[in-house]
Design a protein around this ligand. Sequence first.
Ligand SMILES: Cc1cc2nc3c(=O)[nH]c(=O)nc-3n(C[C@H](O)[C@H](O)[C@H](O)COP(=O)(O)OP(=O)(O)OC[C@H]3O[C@@H](n4cnc5c(N)ncnc54)[C@H](O)[C@@H]3O)c2cc1C
Length: 469
Amino acid sequence: MTTRAVAARTGADAYRDLSLWHEQYPGSWEPRAALSGDLSVDVAVVGAGYTGLWTAYALAKTDPSLRIAVLEREVAGFGASGRNGGWCSALFPTSWARLAKDSGRQGAVAMQRALEGTVRAVGADAAAEGIACSYTRGGMVSLARGPAQLARARAGVQQARAFGLGPDTLDLVPGEQARHRVGASRIEGAVTTEHCAALDPARLVRGLAQAVERRGVALYERTPVMRVLPGRVETPYGTVRAEHVLVATEGYTAQLPGRRRELAPVYSLMLATAPLPDEVWAQIGLADRATFSDERHLTIYGQRTADGRLAFGGRGAPYHLGSRVRPEYDRVERVHAALRATLVDLFPVLRDVEVTHTWGGNLGVPRDWFPSVGLDRSTGIAWAGGYVGDGVATSHLAGHTIADLVLGHDTPRTALPWVRVRTKRWEPEPLRWIGVNAVTALMTRADRTEARTGRPSRLAAAFWRTLGS
Ligand SMILES: Cc1cc2nc3c(=O)[nH]c(=O)nc-3n(C[C@H](O)[C@H](O)[C@H](O)COP(=O)(O)OP(=O)(O)OC[C@H]3O[C@@H](n4cnc5c(N)ncnc54)[C@H](O)[C@@H]3O)c2cc1C
Protein backbone atom coordinates (compact mmCIF):
# COMPACT_ATOMS: atom_id res chain seq x y z
CA MET A 1 0.00 0.00 0.00
CA THR A 2 1.45 3.37 -0.93
CA THR A 3 1.53 6.04 1.75
CA ARG A 4 2.70 9.34 0.42
CA ALA A 5 3.51 12.30 2.63
CA VAL A 6 1.62 15.48 1.75
CA ALA A 7 4.92 17.28 1.19
CA ALA A 8 6.22 14.67 -1.28
CA ARG A 9 5.88 17.19 -4.13
CA THR A 10 6.72 20.84 -3.97
CA GLY A 11 5.00 24.08 -4.91
CA ALA A 12 1.46 23.97 -6.22
CA ASP A 13 1.95 20.33 -7.22
CA ALA A 14 1.99 19.41 -3.51
CA TYR A 15 -1.81 19.75 -3.68
CA ARG A 16 -1.80 16.73 -6.00
CA ASP A 17 -0.75 14.57 -3.05
CA LEU A 18 -4.00 15.29 -1.23
CA SER A 19 -6.01 12.54 -2.95
CA LEU A 20 -6.52 10.43 -6.06
CA TRP A 21 -8.85 13.14 -7.38
CA HIS A 22 -6.32 15.93 -6.80
CA GLU A 23 -3.61 13.93 -8.54
CA GLN A 24 -5.78 13.19 -11.56
CA TYR A 25 -7.20 16.70 -11.92
CA PRO A 26 -6.14 17.74 -15.44
CA GLY A 27 -5.86 21.48 -14.70
CA SER A 28 -3.36 23.48 -12.69
CA TRP A 29 -3.27 23.76 -8.89
CA GLU A 30 -1.35 27.04 -9.07
CA PRO A 31 -3.06 29.25 -6.47
CA ARG A 32 -4.98 32.30 -7.60
CA ALA A 33 -3.84 35.67 -6.28
CA ALA A 34 -4.29 36.34 -2.57
CA LEU A 35 -6.19 39.35 -1.24
CA SER A 36 -3.99 42.43 -1.37
CA GLY A 37 -5.56 45.18 0.70
CA ASP A 38 -8.95 46.16 2.08
CA LEU A 39 -12.08 45.46 0.09
CA SER A 40 -15.75 46.31 0.21
CA VAL A 41 -18.29 43.85 -1.20
CA ASP A 42 -21.93 42.85 -0.73
CA VAL A 43 -21.23 39.24 0.29
CA ALA A 44 -18.00 37.77 1.66
CA VAL A 45 -17.70 33.99 1.66
CA VAL A 46 -15.15 32.22 3.85
CA GLY A 47 -14.06 28.89 2.33
CA ALA A 48 -13.97 27.72 -1.31
CA GLY A 49 -15.50 24.27 -1.00
CA TYR A 50 -18.91 23.31 -2.40
CA THR A 51 -20.82 25.30 0.24
CA GLY A 52 -19.04 28.59 -0.39
CA LEU A 53 -18.90 28.16 -4.15
CA TRP A 54 -22.51 27.00 -4.67
CA THR A 55 -23.62 30.00 -2.60
CA ALA A 56 -21.53 32.37 -4.72
CA TYR A 57 -22.85 30.64 -7.84
CA ALA A 58 -26.51 30.94 -6.84
CA LEU A 59 -26.10 34.58 -5.79
CA ALA A 60 -24.21 35.62 -8.92
CA LYS A 61 -26.69 33.82 -11.16
CA THR A 62 -29.74 35.39 -9.49
CA ASP A 63 -28.31 38.91 -9.14
CA PRO A 64 -25.30 39.53 -11.40
CA SER A 65 -24.88 43.03 -9.95
CA LEU A 66 -23.83 41.68 -6.52
CA ARG A 67 -20.20 42.11 -5.52
CA ILE A 68 -19.08 38.77 -4.09
CA ALA A 69 -15.66 37.78 -2.72
CA VAL A 70 -14.64 34.24 -1.74
CA LEU A 71 -11.67 33.93 0.62
CA GLU A 72 -9.87 30.59 0.74
CA ARG A 73 -6.96 29.73 3.03
CA GLU A 74 -5.42 27.26 0.54
CA VAL A 75 -6.94 26.67 -2.90
CA ALA A 76 -10.48 25.92 -4.04
CA GLY A 77 -11.18 22.25 -3.33
CA PHE A 78 -8.45 21.88 -0.72
CA GLY A 79 -10.92 20.61 1.90
CA ALA A 80 -13.45 17.78 1.94
CA SER A 81 -15.00 18.98 -1.32
CA GLY A 82 -11.93 17.90 -3.28
CA ARG A 83 -11.27 14.68 -1.40
CA ASN A 84 -14.58 12.95 -0.78
CA GLY A 85 -16.08 9.66 -1.91
CA GLY A 86 -18.00 11.31 -4.74
CA TRP A 87 -21.43 10.14 -3.63
CA CYS A 88 -23.83 12.84 -4.75
CA SER A 89 -26.74 11.47 -2.72
CA ALA A 90 -30.06 12.44 -1.16
CA LEU A 91 -28.89 11.03 2.16
CA PHE A 92 -29.36 13.20 5.22
CA PRO A 93 -27.94 12.28 8.63
CA THR A 94 -31.14 13.21 10.50
CA SER A 95 -34.01 10.71 10.30
CA TRP A 96 -37.44 11.56 8.88
CA ALA A 97 -38.96 10.87 12.30
CA ARG A 98 -36.69 13.44 13.87
CA LEU A 99 -37.38 16.00 11.14
CA ALA A 100 -41.10 15.38 11.58
CA LYS A 101 -40.87 16.05 15.32
CA ASP A 102 -40.13 19.73 14.67
CA SER A 103 -41.62 20.25 11.24
CA GLY A 104 -44.34 17.64 10.84
CA ARG A 105 -44.55 14.85 8.32
CA GLN A 106 -44.87 17.37 5.51
CA GLY A 107 -41.59 19.03 6.49
CA ALA A 108 -39.75 15.71 6.58
CA VAL A 109 -41.05 14.69 3.16
CA ALA A 110 -40.32 18.15 1.70
CA MET A 111 -36.73 17.84 2.90
CA GLN A 112 -36.36 14.43 1.27
CA ARG A 113 -37.86 15.62 -2.01
CA ALA A 114 -35.64 18.70 -2.02
CA LEU A 115 -32.56 16.51 -1.58
CA GLU A 116 -33.66 14.19 -4.37
CA GLY A 117 -34.15 17.16 -6.68
CA THR A 118 -30.72 18.43 -5.65
CA VAL A 119 -29.00 15.24 -6.81
CA ARG A 120 -30.38 15.95 -10.29
CA ALA A 121 -29.64 19.68 -10.01
CA VAL A 122 -25.93 19.07 -9.33
CA GLY A 123 -25.73 17.04 -12.55
CA ALA A 124 -27.69 19.64 -14.50
CA ASP A 125 -25.63 22.60 -13.23
CA ALA A 126 -22.37 20.76 -13.85
CA ALA A 127 -23.47 20.00 -17.41
CA ALA A 128 -24.67 23.58 -17.99
CA GLU A 129 -21.30 24.92 -16.84
CA GLY A 130 -19.32 22.41 -18.90
CA ILE A 131 -17.86 20.74 -15.78
CA ALA A 132 -16.66 17.26 -16.79
CA CYS A 133 -16.87 15.53 -13.40
CA SER A 134 -18.02 12.13 -14.69
CA TYR A 135 -21.40 12.51 -12.97
CA THR A 136 -23.27 9.20 -13.44
CA ARG A 137 -26.64 8.69 -11.74
CA GLY A 138 -26.50 4.94 -11.12
CA GLY A 139 -28.24 4.99 -7.72
CA MET A 140 -26.90 3.51 -4.49
CA VAL A 141 -26.86 -0.03 -3.12
CA SER A 142 -26.41 -0.58 0.61
CA LEU A 143 -25.86 -4.28 1.18
CA ALA A 144 -27.34 -6.20 4.08
CA ARG A 145 -24.62 -8.65 5.04
CA GLY A 146 -25.91 -10.84 7.86
CA PRO A 147 -29.21 -10.92 9.76
CA ALA A 148 -28.56 -7.84 11.93
CA GLN A 149 -27.91 -5.68 8.87
CA LEU A 150 -30.95 -7.15 7.12
CA ALA A 151 -33.15 -6.25 10.10
CA ARG A 152 -31.88 -2.67 9.96
CA ALA A 153 -32.41 -2.53 6.19
CA ARG A 154 -36.04 -3.66 6.63
CA ALA A 155 -36.66 -1.11 9.37
CA GLY A 156 -35.26 1.70 7.20
CA VAL A 157 -37.52 0.83 4.29
CA GLN A 158 -40.54 0.47 6.60
CA GLN A 159 -39.87 3.97 7.88
CA ALA A 160 -39.74 5.28 4.32
CA ARG A 161 -43.14 3.71 3.60
CA ALA A 162 -44.58 5.17 6.81
CA PHE A 163 -43.68 8.58 5.37
CA GLY A 164 -45.26 7.74 2.04
CA LEU A 165 -41.86 7.49 0.31
CA GLY A 166 -41.74 4.89 -2.44
CA PRO A 167 -39.14 2.49 -3.84
CA ASP A 168 -37.38 5.27 -5.77
CA THR A 169 -36.40 6.74 -2.38
CA LEU A 170 -35.69 3.44 -0.64
CA ASP A 171 -36.33 -0.15 -1.65
CA LEU A 172 -35.48 -3.51 -0.18
CA VAL A 173 -34.27 -6.01 -2.75
CA PRO A 174 -33.60 -9.71 -2.21
CA GLY A 175 -30.07 -11.12 -2.07
CA GLU A 176 -30.01 -12.49 -5.59
CA GLN A 177 -31.04 -9.16 -7.12
CA ALA A 178 -28.48 -7.30 -5.01
CA ARG A 179 -25.70 -9.73 -6.02
CA HIS A 180 -26.56 -9.04 -9.63
CA ARG A 181 -25.59 -5.39 -9.11
CA VAL A 182 -22.74 -5.81 -6.60
CA GLY A 183 -20.77 -9.05 -6.54
CA ALA A 184 -19.89 -8.87 -2.83
CA SER A 185 -19.73 -11.61 -0.22
CA ARG A 186 -22.43 -12.64 2.32
CA ILE A 187 -25.25 -10.62 0.76
CA GLU A 188 -28.71 -11.31 2.22
CA GLY A 189 -30.45 -8.37 0.63
CA ALA A 190 -29.91 -4.67 0.00
CA VAL A 191 -31.44 -1.28 0.37
CA THR A 192 -31.39 0.68 -2.88
CA THR A 193 -32.19 4.20 -3.96
CA GLU A 194 -32.30 5.83 -7.37
CA HIS A 195 -31.25 9.17 -5.94
CA CYS A 196 -27.48 8.99 -6.02
CA ALA A 197 -24.78 9.76 -8.57
CA ALA A 198 -21.08 8.94 -8.58
CA LEU A 199 -18.78 11.82 -9.53
CA ASP A 200 -15.21 13.05 -9.39
CA PRO A 201 -15.27 15.52 -6.49
CA ALA A 202 -12.18 17.56 -7.33
CA ARG A 203 -13.25 18.12 -10.92
CA LEU A 204 -16.61 19.32 -9.66
CA VAL A 205 -15.22 21.81 -7.13
CA ARG A 206 -12.49 23.10 -9.45
CA GLY A 207 -14.98 23.49 -12.29
CA LEU A 208 -17.32 25.32 -9.96
CA ALA A 209 -14.57 27.74 -8.97
CA GLN A 210 -14.07 28.59 -12.63
CA ALA A 211 -17.83 28.90 -13.15
CA VAL A 212 -18.20 31.48 -10.36
CA GLU A 213 -15.27 33.48 -11.68
CA ARG A 214 -16.91 33.56 -15.11
CA ARG A 215 -19.91 35.12 -13.38
CA GLY A 216 -17.80 37.89 -11.87
CA VAL A 217 -17.10 36.49 -8.39
CA ALA A 218 -13.66 37.38 -6.99
CA LEU A 219 -11.87 34.31 -5.60
CA TYR A 220 -8.82 34.93 -3.41
CA GLU A 221 -6.68 31.90 -2.58
CA ARG A 222 -3.95 31.43 0.04
CA THR A 223 -5.90 33.99 2.07
CA PRO A 224 -6.61 32.77 5.62
CA VAL A 225 -9.50 34.39 7.44
CA MET A 226 -8.51 35.05 11.04
CA ARG A 227 -11.76 36.51 12.36
CA VAL A 228 -15.36 36.75 11.25
CA LEU A 229 -17.25 39.70 12.70
CA PRO A 230 -20.58 41.35 11.86
CA GLY A 231 -19.98 43.28 8.65
CA ARG A 232 -16.35 42.30 8.23
CA VAL A 233 -13.81 39.54 7.77
CA GLU A 234 -10.18 39.96 8.82
CA THR A 235 -7.23 38.44 6.98
CA PRO A 236 -3.47 39.14 7.26
CA TYR A 237 -3.67 40.93 3.90
CA GLY A 238 -6.62 43.22 4.53
CA THR A 239 -10.14 43.52 5.86
CA VAL A 240 -13.15 42.68 3.73
CA ARG A 241 -16.27 44.66 4.61
CA ALA A 242 -19.57 43.11 3.60
CA GLU A 243 -23.23 43.37 4.53
CA HIS A 244 -23.40 39.58 4.58
CA VAL A 245 -20.70 37.10 5.55
CA LEU A 246 -20.99 33.33 5.01
CA VAL A 247 -18.96 30.93 7.12
CA ALA A 248 -18.44 27.94 4.81
CA THR A 249 -15.54 26.22 6.53
CA GLU A 250 -17.32 22.97 7.62
CA GLY A 251 -14.73 20.65 9.19
CA TYR A 252 -12.34 23.58 9.79
CA THR A 253 -14.86 25.79 11.59
CA ALA A 254 -13.52 24.92 15.06
CA GLN A 255 -10.30 26.76 14.17
CA LEU A 256 -12.08 30.11 13.90
CA PRO A 257 -12.20 32.20 17.09
CA GLY A 258 -15.46 31.75 19.02
CA ARG A 259 -16.54 28.73 16.95
CA ARG A 260 -14.60 25.93 18.60
CA ARG A 261 -17.69 24.03 19.77
CA GLU A 262 -19.93 24.36 16.68
CA LEU A 263 -18.75 21.44 14.52
CA ALA A 264 -16.41 18.60 15.48
CA PRO A 265 -13.91 17.75 12.71
CA VAL A 266 -14.25 14.00 12.21
CA TYR A 267 -11.87 12.23 9.85
CA SER A 268 -12.91 9.95 7.03
CA LEU A 269 -10.17 8.04 5.21
CA MET A 270 -10.06 6.61 1.72
CA LEU A 271 -8.02 4.46 -0.63
CA ALA A 272 -8.06 3.76 -4.35
CA THR A 273 -7.03 0.64 -6.22
CA ALA A 274 -5.20 0.55 -9.51
CA PRO A 275 -7.57 0.34 -12.51
CA LEU A 276 -9.10 -3.15 -12.41
CA PRO A 277 -9.15 -5.49 -15.41
CA ASP A 278 -12.45 -6.30 -17.11
CA GLU A 279 -12.51 -9.85 -15.72
CA VAL A 280 -12.43 -8.47 -12.18
CA TRP A 281 -15.19 -6.01 -12.99
CA ALA A 282 -17.19 -8.90 -14.42
CA GLN A 283 -17.20 -10.38 -10.89
CA ILE A 284 -17.70 -7.13 -8.95
CA GLY A 285 -20.39 -5.66 -11.17
CA LEU A 286 -21.33 -2.02 -10.51
CA ALA A 287 -21.83 -1.75 -14.25
CA ASP A 288 -24.11 1.27 -13.76
CA ARG A 289 -21.56 2.90 -11.39
CA ALA A 290 -24.00 2.58 -8.47
CA THR A 291 -22.31 3.72 -5.29
CA PHE A 292 -22.15 1.01 -2.62
CA SER A 293 -22.00 0.50 1.12
CA ASP A 294 -23.40 -1.92 3.65
CA GLU A 295 -25.65 -1.55 6.68
CA ARG A 296 -22.89 -1.58 9.32
CA HIS A 297 -22.83 1.15 11.96
CA LEU A 298 -19.38 2.57 11.20
CA THR A 299 -19.89 4.07 7.74
CA ILE A 300 -18.15 2.66 4.66
CA TYR A 301 -18.64 3.91 1.10
CA GLY A 302 -17.31 3.12 -2.36
CA GLN A 303 -17.61 3.99 -6.02
CA ARG A 304 -16.40 2.58 -9.33
CA THR A 305 -14.45 5.47 -10.78
CA ALA A 306 -14.74 6.61 -14.38
CA ASP A 307 -11.27 5.12 -15.05
CA GLY A 308 -12.17 1.72 -13.60
CA ARG A 309 -10.73 1.85 -10.07
CA LEU A 310 -12.46 1.24 -6.79
CA ALA A 311 -12.37 4.30 -4.53
CA PHE A 312 -13.33 3.16 -1.06
CA GLY A 313 -13.49 4.85 2.33
CA GLY A 314 -14.81 4.78 5.83
CA ARG A 315 -14.75 6.20 9.32
CA GLY A 316 -12.75 4.90 12.27
CA ALA A 317 -9.87 7.38 12.36
CA PRO A 318 -9.35 9.12 15.72
CA TYR A 319 -10.84 12.47 16.63
CA HIS A 320 -8.09 14.76 17.95
CA LEU A 321 -8.19 16.67 21.22
CA GLY A 322 -9.15 20.33 20.84
CA SER A 323 -10.68 19.62 17.38
CA ARG A 324 -7.19 19.78 15.90
CA VAL A 325 -6.83 19.36 12.14
CA ARG A 326 -3.40 18.52 10.75
CA PRO A 327 -2.11 17.12 7.45
CA GLU A 328 -0.58 14.08 9.20
CA TYR A 329 -4.06 13.02 10.39
CA ASP A 330 -5.10 12.37 6.77
CA ARG A 331 -3.22 9.08 6.68
CA VAL A 332 -3.42 6.53 9.48
CA GLU A 333 -1.79 3.23 8.61
CA ARG A 334 -3.97 1.19 10.97
CA VAL A 335 -7.19 2.65 9.51
CA HIS A 336 -6.08 2.34 5.90
CA ALA A 337 -5.08 -1.29 6.53
CA ALA A 338 -8.51 -1.93 8.09
CA LEU A 339 -10.19 -0.32 5.07
CA ARG A 340 -8.24 -2.53 2.73
CA ALA A 341 -9.21 -5.60 4.78
CA THR A 342 -12.88 -4.55 4.62
CA LEU A 343 -12.67 -4.08 0.85
CA VAL A 344 -11.15 -7.56 0.43
CA ASP A 345 -13.79 -9.01 2.75
CA LEU A 346 -16.45 -7.48 0.49
CA PHE A 347 -14.71 -8.53 -2.73
CA PRO A 348 -12.32 -11.45 -2.12
CA VAL A 349 -11.23 -11.20 -5.76
CA LEU A 350 -9.28 -8.08 -4.68
CA ARG A 351 -7.02 -10.04 -2.29
CA ASP A 352 -3.84 -9.09 -4.18
CA VAL A 353 -5.00 -5.78 -5.58
CA GLU A 354 -2.59 -2.86 -5.71
CA VAL A 355 -3.67 0.13 -3.65
CA THR A 356 -2.23 3.16 -5.42
CA HIS A 357 -3.58 6.01 -3.28
CA THR A 358 -4.43 6.57 0.37
CA TRP A 359 -5.77 9.84 1.74
CA GLY A 360 -8.23 11.38 4.14
CA GLY A 361 -9.96 14.53 5.20
CA ASN A 362 -12.19 16.01 7.82
CA LEU A 363 -15.90 16.66 7.78
CA GLY A 364 -18.09 18.65 10.15
CA VAL A 365 -20.31 16.97 12.73
CA PRO A 366 -22.74 19.03 14.86
CA ARG A 367 -23.50 17.83 18.39
CA ASP A 368 -27.04 16.75 17.43
CA TRP A 369 -26.06 15.36 13.97
CA PHE A 370 -28.52 17.82 12.46
CA PRO A 371 -27.05 19.82 9.56
CA SER A 372 -28.27 23.38 9.40
CA VAL A 373 -28.26 26.49 7.26
CA GLY A 374 -29.17 29.94 8.41
CA LEU A 375 -28.67 33.68 8.39
CA ASP A 376 -28.58 35.75 11.55
CA ARG A 377 -30.23 38.96 10.39
CA SER A 378 -28.94 40.90 13.41
CA THR A 379 -25.29 40.28 12.42
CA GLY A 380 -25.54 39.49 8.71
CA ILE A 381 -23.54 36.30 9.36
CA ALA A 382 -24.74 33.15 7.57
CA TRP A 383 -23.58 29.57 7.98
CA ALA A 384 -24.15 26.16 6.43
CA GLY A 385 -22.65 22.80 7.14
CA GLY A 386 -22.47 19.99 9.64
CA TYR A 387 -23.44 17.54 6.91
CA VAL A 388 -21.90 14.56 8.80
CA GLY A 389 -20.38 13.20 5.60
CA ASP A 390 -23.43 13.77 3.37
CA GLY A 391 -22.34 17.11 1.95
CA VAL A 392 -21.86 16.67 -1.79
CA ALA A 393 -25.47 17.28 -2.81
CA THR A 394 -26.58 18.88 0.46
CA SER A 395 -24.11 21.75 0.02
CA HIS A 396 -25.78 22.62 -3.32
CA LEU A 397 -29.12 22.91 -1.52
CA ALA A 398 -27.39 24.87 1.26
CA GLY A 399 -25.80 27.32 -1.18
CA HIS A 400 -29.06 28.02 -2.98
CA THR A 401 -30.87 28.42 0.35
CA ILE A 402 -28.30 30.90 1.67
CA ALA A 403 -28.69 32.85 -1.57
CA ASP A 404 -32.48 32.99 -1.02
CA LEU A 405 -31.97 34.17 2.57
CA VAL A 406 -29.42 36.82 1.63
CA LEU A 407 -31.66 38.13 -1.18
CA GLY A 408 -34.68 38.10 1.14
CA HIS A 409 -36.63 35.67 -1.03
CA ASP A 410 -39.17 33.41 0.70
CA THR A 411 -39.03 30.16 -1.25
CA PRO A 412 -39.92 26.50 -0.59
CA ARG A 413 -36.20 26.07 0.20
CA THR A 414 -36.20 28.64 3.00
CA ALA A 415 -39.15 26.80 4.59
CA LEU A 416 -37.27 23.48 4.87
CA PRO A 417 -36.74 22.10 8.40
CA TRP A 418 -32.97 22.50 8.41
CA VAL A 419 -33.20 26.28 8.01
CA ARG A 420 -32.94 27.11 11.68
CA VAL A 421 -30.75 28.23 14.50
CA ARG A 422 -28.00 25.82 15.44
CA THR A 423 -28.71 25.31 19.10
CA LYS A 424 -26.59 22.55 20.58
CA ARG A 425 -22.89 23.11 21.07
CA TRP A 426 -20.32 20.39 21.67
CA GLU A 427 -19.07 19.79 25.19
CA PRO A 428 -15.78 21.44 26.17
CA GLU A 429 -12.62 19.31 26.06
CA PRO A 430 -11.69 16.73 27.12
CA LEU A 431 -15.35 15.61 27.20
CA ARG A 432 -15.68 16.16 23.44
CA TRP A 433 -12.63 13.99 22.78
CA ILE A 434 -13.88 11.25 25.10
CA GLY A 435 -17.38 11.32 23.61
CA VAL A 436 -16.48 11.31 19.89
CA ASN A 437 -13.87 8.56 20.25
CA ALA A 438 -16.17 6.51 22.50
CA VAL A 439 -18.85 6.54 19.80
CA THR A 440 -16.32 5.33 17.18
CA ALA A 441 -15.24 2.52 19.53
CA LEU A 442 -18.87 1.60 20.26
CA MET A 443 -19.71 1.38 16.55
CA THR A 444 -16.62 -0.71 15.78
CA ARG A 445 -17.46 -3.13 18.58
CA ALA A 446 -21.15 -3.29 17.62
CA ASP A 447 -20.26 -4.21 14.02
CA ARG A 448 -17.95 -6.98 15.20
CA THR A 449 -20.54 -8.38 17.60
CA GLU A 450 -23.28 -8.27 14.98
CA ALA A 451 -21.08 -10.05 12.43
CA ARG A 452 -20.34 -12.76 15.01
CA THR A 453 -23.78 -13.27 16.57
CA GLY A 454 -26.13 -12.06 13.82
CA ARG A 455 -28.07 -10.11 16.46
CA PRO A 456 -28.51 -6.32 16.28
CA SER A 457 -26.45 -4.47 18.88
CA ARG A 458 -28.76 -2.98 21.51
CA LEU A 459 -26.16 -0.46 22.60
CA ALA A 460 -25.67 0.89 19.08
CA ALA A 461 -29.44 0.98 18.56
CA ALA A 462 -29.81 2.96 21.80
CA PHE A 463 -27.19 5.43 20.61
CA TRP A 464 -28.99 6.04 17.31
CA ARG A 465 -32.25 6.47 19.24
CA THR A 466 -30.73 9.19 21.44
CA LEU A 467 -29.78 11.04 18.24
CA GLY A 468 -33.21 10.39 16.76
CA SER A 469 -31.47 9.03 13.66
C1 LIG B 1 -12.82 11.53 2.96
C2 LIG B 1 -14.19 12.12 2.84
C3 LIG B 1 -15.19 11.45 2.13
C4 LIG B 1 -16.46 12.01 2.00
N1 LIG B 1 -17.36 11.39 1.19
C5 LIG B 1 -18.55 11.98 0.93
C6 LIG B 1 -19.44 11.44 -0.03
O1 LIG B 1 -19.12 10.46 -0.72
N2 LIG B 1 -20.64 12.05 -0.21
C7 LIG B 1 -21.00 13.16 0.49
O2 LIG B 1 -22.12 13.65 0.31
N3 LIG B 1 -20.15 13.74 1.36
C8 LIG B 1 -18.93 13.20 1.58
N4 LIG B 1 -18.04 13.80 2.43
C9 LIG B 1 -18.41 15.08 3.03
C10 LIG B 1 -18.33 16.22 2.03
O3 LIG B 1 -17.14 16.13 1.28
C11 LIG B 1 -18.37 17.56 2.78
O4 LIG B 1 -19.54 17.58 3.59
C12 LIG B 1 -18.42 18.75 1.85
O5 LIG B 1 -17.40 18.68 0.90
C13 LIG B 1 -18.30 20.03 2.68
O6 LIG B 1 -18.11 21.11 1.80
P1 LIG B 1 -17.77 22.52 2.41
O7 LIG B 1 -17.60 23.44 1.30
O8 LIG B 1 -18.80 22.86 3.43
O9 LIG B 1 -16.41 22.28 3.20
P2 LIG B 1 -14.92 22.06 2.61
O10 LIG B 1 -14.92 21.42 1.30
O11 LIG B 1 -14.13 21.41 3.70
O12 LIG B 1 -14.41 23.53 2.38
C14 LIG B 1 -14.04 24.39 3.41
C15 LIG B 1 -12.93 25.28 2.88
O13 LIG B 1 -12.67 26.30 3.83
C16 LIG B 1 -11.29 26.57 3.81
N5 LIG B 1 -10.96 27.23 5.07
C17 LIG B 1 -10.93 26.68 6.30
N6 LIG B 1 -10.61 27.60 7.22
C18 LIG B 1 -10.43 28.77 6.56
C19 LIG B 1 -10.06 30.08 6.97
N7 LIG B 1 -9.83 30.37 8.24
N8 LIG B 1 -9.96 31.03 6.02
C20 LIG B 1 -10.21 30.76 4.71
N9 LIG B 1 -10.54 29.53 4.28
C21 LIG B 1 -10.66 28.54 5.19
C22 LIG B 1 -10.66 25.21 3.64
O14 LIG B 1 -9.33 25.29 3.16
C23 LIG B 1 -11.62 24.54 2.67
O15 LIG B 1 -11.21 24.68 1.33
C24 LIG B 1 -16.76 13.25 2.62
C25 LIG B 1 -15.79 13.92 3.36
C26 LIG B 1 -14.51 13.37 3.47
C27 LIG B 1 -13.47 14.11 4.25
